[in-house]
Design a protein around this ligand. Structure first.
Ligand code: F6P
Length: 545
């Protein structure tokens, strides 16, 4: 089947023409000429979330042509194919069914002729009962003590999602201490070992494949240290658990079958926090909060699947992202949560977006001649304001921004939250309108120097942003937020005509690193790399000898 090529569609051509017509239009004028702009370009999601896209450099015509593009790229069919479990991850011959993990309708979803909801619910139940035993203290360690610490050992999607969610919902946390080890850098193990004692700690070895170098090496190191310190035959049964597709490999490392929590090939690593990969989330927040998280994601799934595209939040956000990425040639998107709890959110979306849409071969197997996924970065406001916002306001690059905040704080202290929100509102306003808004209020210029300095102080504005205003960042709302971004990324992948659910690019580096490891350990003198890499290895080997 030949897939449509985005830059050969009529809509793409129309967008190029439209871009020439409106790229100089200022947001100031767009608002001045339309009193209903906010009303028309904002969406209330179940009174929990308001999404405002009005501060974007778009008109009704822009949206109309973008929606035509979605049509020409068969977005509706693509959405249905994903939800129905077709093998849309063609290069790996797999369906993409993370949405089944939060399918609260419980309607059957078939894969290989069996209803996967049965298995999903079975694992969910296993997680429920296991987590209850750990939380209420009835599960004992080898010495008879209850568990106080949980260490998740995993990397990429087996780390970033659970880490982001447990941090984002820290307010709902129970007494257990949750730690994450991901990096192969021994510093992580070293630091965490100072904070835990083995008697009261369980380790979750989280690896979909159970072959990822970092995770397996970190696991083996911890296991060795544990066994050296404690001579007890129950260590593995009481303290080590695996979350994986590859049960045989986990058992080969000594993990008992009952201690394995299963996931499936059809869950992408970076979309896996909804599966058993979320065990650390359940242990940290309790099962009911996890269900709330899933139900928020489910409600956004329903919205994405059933709402017409003119009102479909992830679809519109995805299309507007394309407008900047492919027509304004914006290279990056900033994610700016005005919520300390969402500190890890930009990093989490960085993986889901960049690993999904960082591709240059289209579905027809040809090199793309259009830009694909953007570079994702950001940090929490107001910290960002005092670091990189200067460039967003006055630099030469156009950086579309997502501002995220909640009306209610979990930790109201004095007027901190009102000040935080004032900054949230002020920044999107300043970025959009610059000084145009205050044209008549300019201070009087007294001297030539004043006049000169005034030029540097000038804010041109016209910098676009989306605003996401939640009522409160509770488990349900976080589920909504994550699912919204997942579907935005999906939408863009369909428009880019790329496969968003594989990640072949990370393989090459992994293989070379395995070979170099052997060179370093064996102090091999002869190898065949480029002169720079060989020079670096030789320098290392000479100093280390
Ligand atoms: O970075 C590549 C990757 O394959 C990610 O997609 C994945 O989340 C991560 O490695 C970890 O993989 P695993 O869960 O199999 O250890």
């Amino acid at each position: 089947m030949k897939h449509p090529i985005p830059n050969q569609t009529n809509s793409w051509k129309n967008l190029n023409i439209h871009f020439k017509e409106i790229h100089n239009l200022h947001l100031f004028d767009l608002f001045k000429n339309d009193n209903n702009r906010f009303k028309n370009f904002s969406f209330n999601f179940k009174n929990k979330l308001l999404v405002d896209i009005s501060k974007n450099r778009i008109t009704n015509t822009t949206i109309k042509i973008l929606l035509n593009l979605a049509k020409e790229m068969n977005l509706s069919q693509a959405i249905e194919s994903m939800f129905c479990g077709e093998k849309i991850n063609l290069t790996e011959q797999r369906p993409v069914l993370h949405t089944a993990l939060r399918n609260f309708s419980n309607n059957p979803i078939f894969f290989n002729e069996s209803d996967i909801m049965l298995e999903i619910n079975k694992v969910l139940n296993k997680m429920k009962y296991f987590s209850e035993k750990i939380i209420n203290g009835t599960w004992k360690g080898y010495s008879g003590k209850s568990i106080q610490n949980v260490v998740n050992i995993g990397i990429g999607g087996s780390d970033l999602g659970p880490k982001m969610v447990t941090e984002a919902l820290r307010f709902y946390k129970n007494h257990l201490n949750i730690f994450f080890i991901s990096n192969i850098d021994g510093t992580e193990i070293f630091n965490i070992l100072k904070l835990i004692d083995f008697e009261t700690t369980i380790f979750l070895i989280s690896s979909k494949t159970f072959t990822t170098q970092e995770t397996i090496v970190n696991f083996k190191t911890i296991k060795d240290i544990f066994f050296k310190k404690v001579n007890n035959k129950n260590i593995l049964d009481k303290h080590f658990f695996a979350i994986t597709v590859n049960e045989n490999e986990a058992m080969r490392y000594g993990i008992t079958k009952e201690n394995i929590f299963k996931l499936w090939d059809w869950v992408g690593g970076r979309y896996s926090l909804w599966s058993a990969m979320g065990l650390s989330i359940i242990l940290s927040l309790g099962f009911d909060n996890f269900i709330q998280l899933l139900s928020g994601a489910y409600d956004m799934d329903i919205h994405f699947r059933t709402t017409s595209f003119e009102k479909n939040i992830p679809v519109l956000l995805g299309l507007i992202g394309i407008w900047y990425n492919n027509f304004f040639n914006s290279e990056t998107e900033a994610i700016l949560p005005y919520d300390q709890y969402l500190y890890n959110f930009p990093m989490y979306i960085q993986q889901s977006n960049m690993e999904s849409n960082g591709k240059n071969i289209d579905k027809n197997g040809n090199k793309v001649s259009w830009q694909t996924g953007p570079i994702i970065w950001g940090t929490v406001g107001t910290n960002g304001q005092h670091s990189f916002y200067q460039l967003i306001h006055q630099g030469t690059k156009l950086i579309p921004c997502d501002f995220i905040a909640s009306i209610f704080s979990h930790n109201p202290i004095n007027d901190h939250h009102v000040i935080l929100l004032s900054n949230f509102f002020a920044q999107t306003h300043a970025l959009a309108f610059g000084q145009n808004f205050y044209k008549n209020n300019n201070l009087k210029k007294n001297t030539l120097h004043d006049e000169y300095v005034e030029k540097f102080k000038f804010f041109e504005g016209n910098r676009p942003s989306n605003s996401f205003l939640f009522q409160k960042m509770d488990p349900y709302s976080l589920g909504v937020l994550i699912s919204l971004y997942e579907h935005k990324i999906f939408t863009q992948g369909v428009i880019f005509n790329i496969f968003s659910f594989d990640q072949w690019g990370v393989e090459l580096g992994k293989n070379i690193s395995n070979n170099i490891f052997k060179n370093l350990v064996n102090k091999k003198k002869e190898f065949n790399y480029d002169s720079s890499t060989e020079g670096l290895i030789n320098f290392y080997n000479n100093i280390k000898k």
